[in-house]
Each structure stands twice: as structure tokens, then as C-alpha cells.
Design a protein around this ligand. Structure first.
Ligand SMILES: [Zn+2]
Ligand SMILES: [Zn+2]
Length: 277
């Protein structure tokens, strides 16, 4: 990576469901979903899982923070890091928060405030002094962020709904597609359309094809279904993501070997990994 790289992804949390720190997950990492997209000198954040804590600490070292957090959905593993994201506590900072799965029944501000409500949590939202701007959009809409990135969105197949993202900047694209379940033997056309020709395609690969029958209907997919989507949509790099917490480093190494044998160039997400489209 060189200093003039102005669009790249860095992984701060790669797990699904619940953090799983410990000696058996130290290489791939134990934090839940959080990805930093560095774009044109700004930071876009994908989901606020537990990985967002360390990202926030890094951002705080570089002066006032002005960032956009795009939420796929509001299941706990994707939002629970928000109150530990240091930039939200300083009035010097601006945090724009986006979600597309809640309207018309709910709003993002309402749902996040509920998570932070006593006796579930001691710190209410109004103590977070940053300038917070909540943006509820209708999944399927497109919009442009302050940094200049164009964001396209599409619906995923997940309980309580979820939004897939395609982030485009300077002729390159990174797609973030989690949490979602495939239908066996079929391609999800919403996803194929969203990711068509993308440089990087990050996908919910919670289970292996062998494990999947035990978890049908839980809203998650497999790396094998991800490879089929990646091939159908002619994407560049396919990234295995949202790892099952019981999959230790040895298990993830085996998935990495199998997935890259099936689709050369496939990458299994690890904490700290940087990918440039
Ligand atoms: Zn999840
Ligand atoms: Zn979920």
C-alpha cells in the first residue's frame, strides 16, 4: 500500500453473532463486524460491531472525526460497539448514521436509543456529545456521502431485514453483503445486480455447505454460495466474512484453502487486513 492509496478497506471485526476472543482465534480475530473504508481522506464505517472500539481509538489520534457509519441492520453483533466508539463522546466530532432496513415501522435513532436504555445500559444516547445525524433511507435507494463516495443499496434475505451496500469511488467499488441467506440452488438476483463487476465482494459466509442444513432459516449463508454469486456477477476479489464464532484459526485455514482452490484469489477476512480495489 502506498501513501496515495485513497480508497481501501481495513477489517476491524470479522465475526458474526458474538465476539470470540482467545488463543484459538487470535489470527483471524474475535471481534464482530466492523470495516473501515478509507475514501478520499475520509472514513466510512461499515457496521458498529465490537471491532469499532479500536477503530475509534485510532481515529481519535488524528484530530476531529467526521465519519459515516452504514449499518447493514441492527442485530446486536452489528451495533453493540457503538457506545464504545470514542468519537461519539466529543462535541468536536460529527457522526452520520445510516440504515435502510427500519422504515416505515421504526427509525435508526429510536432503535439505537432502545439499546442504550436503562436497565440494559447505563449511558443514554444524549450523553454522546458528537453531532449525530440519523439518516433512514429506503433500502434500494442510492446516495452520495460527503467524501464523494456513491453508495448503492439492495435488500438482503435476513430476519428483520438487512441492507447490502456497494460503495463506489474513483472508478472502483467495494461491496458489503452481510447478513443474508441464500436459497439452495438459486442465485439471489438482488445481490447479483448490486455486486455486478465489483472489485471487492465481502459476503456472509457464516456456515460451510456441510453445516448449513442445521441452520436453515437463520439468515446466513455459506462460502460456497458466495463463490457462485461472485462468479455469476464477475466480481474481482471474493472475501469470506462474518465467520461463525466456533470456527477457530485451524478451521478458517481449511476454509481458506478450499475456497481459494474453488475460486483463485479468494480471501478470508482477518482483523487488521487491508484490501485495495
Ligand atoms: Zn451478524
Ligand atoms: Zn443479523
Amino acid at each position: 500500500m502506498t501513501a496515495d492509496d485513497n480508497f481501501y478497506a481495513r477489517f476491524w471485526g470479522v465475526r458474526g453473532s458474538i465476539p470470540c476472543p482467545g488463543p484459538s482465534t487470535v489470527r483471524y480475530g474475535g471481534n464482530t463486524s466492523c470495516i473501515e473504508i478509507h475514501c478520499n481522506g475520509s472514513t466510512i464505517i461499515l457496521d458498529a460491531g465490537t471491532g469499532i472500539r479500536e477503530l475509534g481509538d485510532m481515529l481519535m489520534k488524528n484530530g476531529p472525526v467526521d465519519t459515516d457509519i452504514l449499518f447493514t441492520h441492527t442485530h446486536f453483533d452489528h451495533i453493540v460497539g457503538l457506545p464504545f466508539f470514542a468519537p461519539v463522546y466529543s462535541a468536536d466530532n460529527t457522526v452520520r448514521l445510516w440504515s435502510g432496513h427500519l422504515v416505515p415501522e421504526h427509525s435508526l435513532e429510536e432503535v439505537l436509543c432502545e439499546m442504550l436504555m436503562a436497565p440494559l445500559f447505563p449511558i443514554p444516547m444524549d450523553i454522546m456529545a458528537a453531532d449525530k445525524v440519523f439518516n433512514d433511507f429506503k433500502c434500494g435507494e442510492s446516495f452520495t456521502l460527503k467524501c464523494g463516495a456513491v453508495v448503492k443499496t439492495g435488500p438482503l434475505n435476513h430476519p428483520n431485514r438487512a441492507t447490502g451496500y456497494r460503495i463506489e469511488f474513483d472508478g472502483h467499488s467495494i461491496c458489503y453483503v452481510t447478513d443474508t441467506e441464500h436459497v439452495e440452488g438459486q442465485l439471489d438476483q438482488n445481490i447479483v445486480d448490486l455486486i455486478a463487476g465489483a472489485d471487492i465482494f465481502i459476503y456472509d459466509c457464516t456456515y460451510t455447505e456441510e453445516e448449513y442444513p442445521n441452520y436453515k432459516g437463520w439468515g446466513h449463508s455459506t462460502w460456497e454460495a458466495g463463490v457462485a454469486l461472485a462468479d455469476a456477477a464477475n466480481v474481482g476479489t471474493f472475501v469470506v466474512f462474518h465467520h461463525e464464532p466456533t470456527h477457530d484459526d485451524a478451521f478458517m485455514d481449511a476454509i481458506a484453502a478450499q475456497a481459494s482452490a474453488k475460486r483463485p484469489g479468494t480471501v478470508v477476512a482477518q482483523e487488521g487486513m487491508v484490501l485495495t480495489p
